[in-house]
Design a binder for this molecule. Structure first.
Ligand SMILES: Cc1ncc(COP(=O)(O)O)c(C=O)c1O
Length: 479
């Protein structure tokens, strides 16, 4: 039998301390300077090969040696989504406070799936989830809720609960789901994953502000009922990925109540506006049955921090509770529902502790101010774009997002699309700001998601001036 080795490097905590002490200053210096470095950092071919060629040795290597590889080959070649001039997707406006919370949690690694096994963590996370539910405006104190890896998992989890609350097992083929043409792709993906046919997903049209059209939704539901379908889930969005639009939440709630469907609101991005001074934009969200709300978007958390919050405390456990025999000693009771009984995962990290730490350490006043800054940034972008006739404001500032396109009447629509692609590419080549395109009403537009609170007025002026210079250099306006 192999003797245990008490000196095994696998279990030396002093090693962790020594290594982190050494590399912490390097990592901190790099992140603190992120605004002044290239945003896109594609991995050159020879470095790709270098990574592939690092063998897995029988013997250990020194921490210095391995970390050098990680620094020089792996982490260096990442897109710096936390550079304040990265405007694509929902940028990662990464708070170092969240990173500290995440690191501390990794050190202790409490068992995140259970109430019984890590009671301090469970009570801290549950009190945070209940507080978030209270901010949404849910009327009960103890809610169903779970930290998950992202908005996609949150939407999937809520959709499964909706299915089980509203459909019998033999009705899945008849169940219909209502989303809009602006709903995030993760929703339809989740609906498919949970076994509802793709043909039963109804994509309802949106209006000129990219919000779902309630009359069309109602008409579609009526038609489906006539055709023998069972409408069971409406997914509204609070903060669409493309334009930051918020669906008409009260009207969605009226329709949902009238047809006895589940109403889920995807607030993965936009629910954070609840904490801003623009809270009124989200009125009606409290009438939903469940909400997705990400930490790793507009609450400035490191990746892997999102929530699904459910008004009915028991609905999640009605769906997910299994009670296998080997967990009977630590099973849920009504007042302490284990997290594993509210979602798909059994073993999971305590993903919410970094957000708990952030809110405690930073305080709500600073959180609100940081979220408000995203609104102000987008408005300032819009104001500067409006000053030039050749910018078409395709979607004005909503939450932290604005969409524009260069436009003139000398070119065809296809050519205008090409020009806007070109403008995005010119920024990529400069590598000081990144704004990818998206499509709105079949038009290529430049999309700016400006939620990073470190973005300055001067940054915004600079970005707009650069676009104007690019347009001039393409010979489209006087140089
Ligand atoms: C509105 C919305 N819903 C869902 C998602 C998916 O979230 P995640 O990437 O965390 O899975 C996103 C991602 O950008 C989003 O903007």
């Amino acid at each position: 039998m192999t003797e245990p080795n008490s000196n095994s490097i696998l279990f030396q905590w002093e090693e962790a301390e020594k290594t982190l002490k050494k590399f912490m200053p390097i990592m901190v210096a790099e992140q603190a300077n992120v605004a002044n470095t290239d945003i896109l950092n594609p991995l050159p071919k020879e470095k790709q090969d270098a990574i592939k060629n690092i063998p897995f040795h029988e013997e250990s290597r020194s921490a210095d040696d391995v970390l050098q590889d990680m620094h020089d080959l792996v982490y260096k070649y990442r897109t710096k989504q936390n550079n304040p001039r990265f405007f694509s997707f929902i940028p990662l406006a990464l708070s170092p406070i969240s990173v500290v919370g995440d690191a501390i949690n990794a050190f202790y690694s409490p068992y995140g799936g259970s109430h019984t096994l890590s009671q301090g963590m469970a009570i801290a996370e549950k009190s945070l989830l209940n507080w978030m539910g209270e901010q949404i405006g849910y009327p009960v104190k103890e809610l169903g809720g779970l930290f998950v890896s992202g908005g996609s998992m949150a939407n999937l989890t809520a959709s499964i609960v909706a299915r089980d609350e509203k459909l019998k097992d033999d009705e899945f083929n008849k169940g219909t789901v209502y989303i809009s043409d602006q709903t995030h792709s993760s929703v339809a993906k989740g609906i498919r994953v949970m076994g509802i046919p793709k043909a039963n997903i109804r994509k309802v049209k949106t209006n000129e502000r990219f919000q779902i059209i309630p009359d069309d939704l109602r008409a579609q539901i009526e038609q489906d009922k006539k055709d023998g379908f069972i409408p069971f889930l409406i997914v509204g969005t609070c903060g669409t990925n493309n334009t930051g639009s918020i669906d008409p939440l009260h009207e969605l709630a009226d329709i949902s109540e009238a047809y006895n469907t589940w109403l889920h609101i995807d607030g993965a991005y936009g629910a954070s506006a609840i904490l801003s001074s623009h809270r009124e934009l989200l009125n009606g969200i409290e009438r939903s049955d469940s909400v997705s709300w990400n930490g790793h978007k507009w609450l400035f958390q490191s990746y892997g921090c999102a929530t699904v919050i459910c008004k009915d405390r028991q609905a999640m456990s009605r769906t997910f509770m299994e009670n296998p025999e080997y967990l009977t000693d630590v099973k849920s009771d009504d007042s302490n529902i284990n997290f594993w009984d509210m979602g798909i995962e059994l073993t999971a990290p305590a993903r919410g502790m970094r957000l708990w730490y952030t809110l405690q350490r930073v305080g709500l006043k600073e959180m609100r101010r940081a979220i408000d800054k995203g609104f102000d940034n987008a408005k300032y972008f819009e104001q500067l774009f409006r000053a030039e006739d050749y910018f078409d404001i395709v979607s004005p500032a909503q939450l932290g997002i604005v969409n524009i396109r260069y436009y003139d009447d000398q070119h065809t629509e296809d050519e205008i699309n090409e020009i806007n692609h070109k403008l995005s590419e010119m920024a990529e080549q400069r590598n000081q700001s990144v704004y990818f395109t998206t499509m709105l009403n079949d038009k290529t537009v430049l999309r700016f998601c400006a939620i990073n609170p470190l973005l300055t007025k001067e940054d915004i002026e600079d970005v707009v001036n650069n676009i104007k210079s690019d347009i001039a250099s393409l010979g489209l306006i006087g140089q």
